[in-house]
Design a protein around this ligand. Structure first.
Ligand code: AMP
Ligand code: MG
Length: 336
């Protein structure tokens, strides 16, 4: 990508697609001046209730906004653009971030930049790792897709047909009494076993489906199967499916880089499998740093900066949120 960014530009960004309300200030040289977040945690055994999560976001918003500016040592007048995650995500949650951002853009007379949350994950991961033109495996609570950039858009080379891999881990976690998100705790249990219990391995074309794994694992848990072995087997099956479809996309596109992004990228076993795939194709392997792998304002502020550099902004009256905004519908004008 040619760097068209003006050196001194500063962008404030707000993320609120699901459980996380986060605000960040970022400079065009890539320095993250602040990244403040507050995460809604549902009670053990239950998932994110959109209305409850949005109530949490409303409550914490004033503090998080203020703290993001204090930490950055700037006031809103010194910010050049205001970016917000406009989708995809949970409607009530998206609307909190959008309302806060609209109000700030209007009051301070700043351009308002809508950011696709999936592209936010990818752009920040690219900036932080130094990857240039990777095949990306984006795996999080909200996304499971294999994508690569071609002819002005991120093209999808495979995706989940039902649950995301994050939902698979979190929903199984809920079944065993963990509170969401539970991917990390499942990883810890998985490390204690190497006994594979057969689970449905479902790849259709280059898409994946995880609902069979979830249903079977829940049933086996109720029947008293060893929990550590179940966690191990869920990871082995789901991650092998993801490795297979990523490998096919890599062979097809002939790209020379693989980038693992999204909250589930923190998983060491998944990293290991993707590293093997990359090695087989002489591709360089990158993983987003753990600190910025989950949802955060920095993803939105950085992508907002890139979009702002390509003169992208939206009128306040037209700044609707889009719950199912696919990344392959976005014209990425800042990337060559
Ligand atoms: P995000 O939606 O990007 O904020 O990512 C959150 C998702 O990442 C949740 O589904 C978590 O369970 C999952 N996650 C976080 N850490 C890990 C880990 N070490 N292994 C697997 N999944 C993880
Ligand atoms: Mg996310």
């Amino acid at each position: 990508m040619k760097n068209r960014l003006d050196k001194g530009i500063v962008c404030w960004g707000c993320e609120s697609t699901a459980h996380t309300f986060s605000c960040s200030v970022l400079k065009s040289d890539g320095r993250i001046l602040s990244d403040v977040k507050s995460i809604y945690t549902p009670p053990p055994g239950s998932g994110i209730h959109p209305r409850e999560a949005s109530r949490h976001h409303i409550e914490v918003a004033p503090k998080v906004v203020k703290q993001s500016l204090i930490q950055a040592g700037l006031n809103m007048k010194e910010v050049d653009a205001i970016a917000f995650s406009a989708g995809p995500g949970l409607g009530p949650c998206l609307r909190v971030g959008a309302t806060v951002s609209r109000a700030l853009a209007l009051y301070y007379d700043k351009p308002l930049v809508p950011v696709n949350h999936a592209i936010g994950h990818i752009e920040l991961a690219i900036m932080l790792t130094g990857a240039k033109d990777p095949v990306v495996l984006l795996v999080s609570g909200g996304h499971t897709m294999i994508t690569a950039f071609s002819l002005g858009r991120w093209r999808v080379f495979g995706e989940t047909l039902d649950l995301t891999v994050g939902q698979l881990l979190d929903q199984f976690g809920r079944e065993i009494g963990f509170s969401s998100p539970s991917g990390q705790r499942i990883e810890e249990l998985a490390k204690k076993s190497s006994k594979y219990i057969s689970l449905p391995y479902t790849v259709k074309g280059n898409d994946v489906s995880f609902s069979g794994i979830l249903t079977t694992a829940k049933k086996l848990f109720k029947e008293g199967k060893d929990l550590d072995s179940l966690c191990f087997s869920i990871q082995e099956t789901a991650f092998a499916m993801l490795a297979e479809v990523t490998e096919r996309a890599l062979a097809f596109t002939e790209k020379k880089e693989v980038l693992l992004a999204g909250g589930v990228a923190a998983n060491k076993r998944l990293q290991e499998m993707l590293m093997e795939v990359s090695n087989r194709h002489d591709a360089k392997f990158f993983v987003v740093p753990k600190e910025y792998s989950g949802d955060c304002g920095a993803q939105i502020a950085w992508t907002g900066l890139l979009a702002h550099s390509a003169n992208i902004s939206v009128d306040i009256e037209k700044s609707f949120v889009r719950q199912s905004w696919r990344l392959d519908k976005v014209d990425v004008k800042w990337r060559d």
